[in-house]
Design a protein around this ligand. Structure first.
Ligand SMILES: Nc1ncnc2c1ncn2[C@@H]1O[C@H](COP(=O)(O)OP(=O)(O)O)[C@@H](O)[C@H]1O
Ligand SMILES: [Mg+2]
Length: 313
């Protein structure tokens, strides 16, 4: 197999924190031995509920956060050994909240051109209007401030800025979660057409399986810092194996009434990131839990066309 465009191998990240003042420090394992590969031109959907470690994985993949163990390679090169100027030309992020990522006192033109100014590039003016066209922003907005744009337009501007250095990989961390439902689909369609037009490799992070269905070629599902299932999008939506994936599917709306709803639900308990658990991390909430699940750690194994971290699936 050829070298993946982006590869995260065996990443581990532990946060050390206190729950109260003067309380002893505790370890929170945000990523545990997480590996992800994305082939050139493919989109990987990374899903799981809030707190499962998606954004930590994103920061590690972007080279913004050093993992305690593990590596990131982009096009076969280790990200830790790359100069920042090279890294930003290969991989760029789009975050959830464009209000937070766009400086409100700057004009759209200057915000989109920022990476060119920081890292060098030619013909700022021509580049900015080309990028605005590409993401469907009217060029008359070039001199506007972010507050004059709608939420969707602001996210388009953030996407234009992410793409202005012509990166190979775009990492989108919940890019539509702060937007109105009606606008979400427009941004997803935009990302889909940009991926085709520019041959981008993408990682698309969402807590909502329904959102990644349209975009992703493969989906990896995370639970408390671990990958618990990975499959092609079609396989995952037709034949999910892990009880947690089934519960996530049940929680997202399925537009096709013939498919029917999976039965599993999660109950009321929330995932406890501090829980020290020798067995399966999902056991406390699992609808098909058995005695052995409490003390036998689960490893990823192939089941049909999926990789699944559950020996009961
Ligand atoms: N800087 C940090 N310091 C301490 N704990 C953190 C920090 N960032 C995230 N966490 C914790 O790590 C876990 C994973 O968080 P995160 O990666 O943001 O998950 P997600 O993006 O899936 O919601 C959560 O339990 C979160 O509270
Ligand atoms: Mg997050």
């Amino acid at each position: 197999m050829s070298v993946p465009m982006i590869r995260l191998s065996n990443a581990r990240k532990v946060y050390r924190l206190r729950r109260r003042m003067f309380a002893p420090t505790e370890e929170l394992v945000a990523l545990n031995n997480l590996s992800l590969d994305v082939a050139e031109g493919q989109t990987l959907g990374l899903v799981g509920e809030s707190g499962c470690g998606k954004s930590t994985a994103v920061s590690v993949m972007l080279g913004l956060l050093r993992p305690d163990a593990g590596d990131v390679e982009i096009a076969g090169k280790k990200i830790g050994e790359m100069a920042v100027a090279d890294r930003v030309r290969l991989i760029q992020p789009v975050f959830q909240n464009p209000n937070a990522s766009l400086n409100p006192v700057k004009r759209i033109r200057s915000l989109i051109a920022q990476p060119l100014r920081l890292h060098g590039g030619e013909d700022e003016k021509r580049n900015v209007s080309h990028m605005m066209d590409l993401v469907g922003l009217p060029t008359r907005l070039a001199d506007a401030h972010p507050a004059e744009l709608s939420g969707g337009q602001r996210q388009r501007a953030a996407i234009a800025r992410a793409l202005i250095l012509n990166p190979k990989v775009l990492i989108c961390d919940e890019p539509t979660s702060a937007l109105d439902v009606s606008v979400q689909a427009q941004i997803i369609n935009l990302l889909l057409s940009l991926k085709k037009e520019l041959g981008l490799t993408m990682v698309f992070v969402s807590h909502d399986l329904g959102v990644v269905e349209h975009l992703a070629d493969r989906v990896a599902v995370m639970y408390l810092g671990e990958k618990i299932e990975e499959a092609t999008t079609d396989t995952l939506f037709e034949a999910a194996q892990h009880p947690y994936t089934l519960a996530l599917l049940a929680a997202s709306l399925l537009p096709d009434p013939d498919i029917g709803l999976p039965k599993q639900t999660l109950g009321n308990a929330a995932a406890d990131p501090f829980a020290v658990n020798k067995g399966c991390l999902f056991a406390p909430r699992c609808p098909i839990v058995q005695e052995s699940c409490q003390h036998v750690a689960q490893s990823l194994r192939p089941v049909n066309d999926s990789l699944v971290r559950c020996d009961k699936a």
